[in-house]
Design a protein around this ligand. Structure first.
Ligand code: ZN
Length: 382
């Protein structure tokens, strides 16, 4: 029979193991090459690429439109290749990390599915490695954002954290012991599609009542438009701002008006924040992290969103009053998080690649062969 003391021992042992793993991860970063790498964030509308140094500073960034969904995977690869070659004109590029809005398989070589792109079981890592001749790292964009925040932003010092990005939907990622938890098949962290309202709003995923239908940029705009279309007197200020065109109502506009004190816009953000807090309480029940980091466009609303989220979290947390509460903080790297995190994860891949090359070179030296790798930027252009 297990006693309280046994349990306490087991918990202490587990904490010690997790701390050791986190320390090893941190040390592995110290031994990773301190060279600039390229991070790329492929979102629904924009592709952003940046050269990032070992301290997470963005040295230069370039961006372009995301190719339309109807375009072939090759067009997306062309876009990525062009951005990297452009940056490599002015920087030595040692590795490229990609954070993609989509499901990436467990060994991080294929994009299984991307809602905004034509990728279906796409072998992205190998396709790009063949064209760019540098180590390539591919991961889900929420994972790279969480990694960026843990290494350089609001997640520093919290080795067990959950990242939630509120954009058009909800992106999520789990870090434990300084490692991204990707699940068995690579697709963990899809919190946005946990059902919070039975028979609730329809979600593009095919189900009803998903969390992201209540706490996201899309939810915020949908609610505002509904009030505007109903010609509610509370929406008149907002309607004036868009000249009566409800289609022109956007998340940033709602946030701007809320900041200026418009009561309806404040209320709408409170509703989103309340749903955010309820979802976070559920996640705390399942995962028990030390910190929740809230990123994505909607987090620009800051305390107007996070204040109500903290309140709802406290009210819904199971075991409240008898357990330490996780912190809920706003992300610090803003829209750079995914790009910076991807570049940093690529640095780890570059280290493995260098070691393997060194071993190969030693072997070649012993056998009298010479190893030559083409430098980046010499890709044969069509
Ligand atoms: Zn859904």
């Amino acid at each position: 029979m297990s006693t309280n003391r046994d349990r306490a021992h087991r918990q202490t042992a587990r904490a010690t193991v997790l701390r050791a793993i986190a320390t090893r991860e941190r040390r592995s970063h110290l031994s990773a090459p301190r060279v600039p790498t390229v991070g790329i964030d492929i979102g629904g509308t924009k592709v952003m690429a940046g050269v990032v140094d070992a301290d997470g500073t963005v040295l230069e960034r370039v961006r372009t439109e995301t190719p339309e969904k109807s375009k072939s995977p090759k067009v997306v690869e062309d876009t990525i290749t062009e951005l990297v070659l452009d940056l490599s004109d002015r920087h030595d590029v040692h590795a490229v990390g990609i954070g993609a809005a989509g499901w990436v398989d467990a060994d991080r070589s294929r994009v299984l599915f991307a809602p905004h792109l034509a990728w279906r079981n796409e072998p992205l890592r190998d396709a790009l490695a063949a064209r760019l001749v540098v180590p390539i790292m591919v991961d889900n964009d929420a994972n790279t954002a969480a990694w960026g925040e843990w290494r350089f932003g609001a997640g520093r010092g919290a080795d067990h954290l959950v990242m939630i990005t509120l954009g058009t939907g909800i992106g999520g990622a789990i870090l434990e012991g300084g490692r991204v938890k990707r699940g068995t098949y690579g697709v963990a962290g899809e919190f946005g599609h946990m059902q919070v309202v039975p028979a609730g709003h329809r979600c593009p995923c095919g189900n009803r009542g998903c969390w992201e239908q209540y706490s996201s940029g899309n939810a915020l705009v949908r609610e505002a438009r509904e009030l505007a279309v109903a010609d509610s007197p509370v929406a008149h200020h907002l309607l004036d701002r868009v000249g009566g065109q409800t289609r022109d109502i956007t998340g940033p506009l709602i946030t701007e008006l809320a900041r200026a004190g418009d009561p309806m816009c404040v209320e709408l953000l409170e509703d989103i924040g309340r749903w955010l807090g309820i979802g976070i309480a559920n996640l705390a029940a399942a995962l028990d992290p030390a910190r929740f980091v809230i990123g994505g466009g909607v987090s620009e609303a800051d305390d107007l969103l996070i204040g109500p989220a903290r309140e709802a979290f406290r009210r819904h947390l199971t075991g409240r009053g008898y357990r330490p509460e996780a912190e809920i903080v706003r992300a610090r790297l803003g829209t750079d998080a995914g790009m910076v995190g991807a570049a940093d994860l690529a640095r780890l891949v570059a280290r493995r690649f260098r070691r393997a090359n060194r071993r190969r070179a030693e072997r070649a030296h012993r056998t009298g062969f010479e190893l030559r790798l083409p430098p980046l930027g010499r890709e044969a252009r069509p």
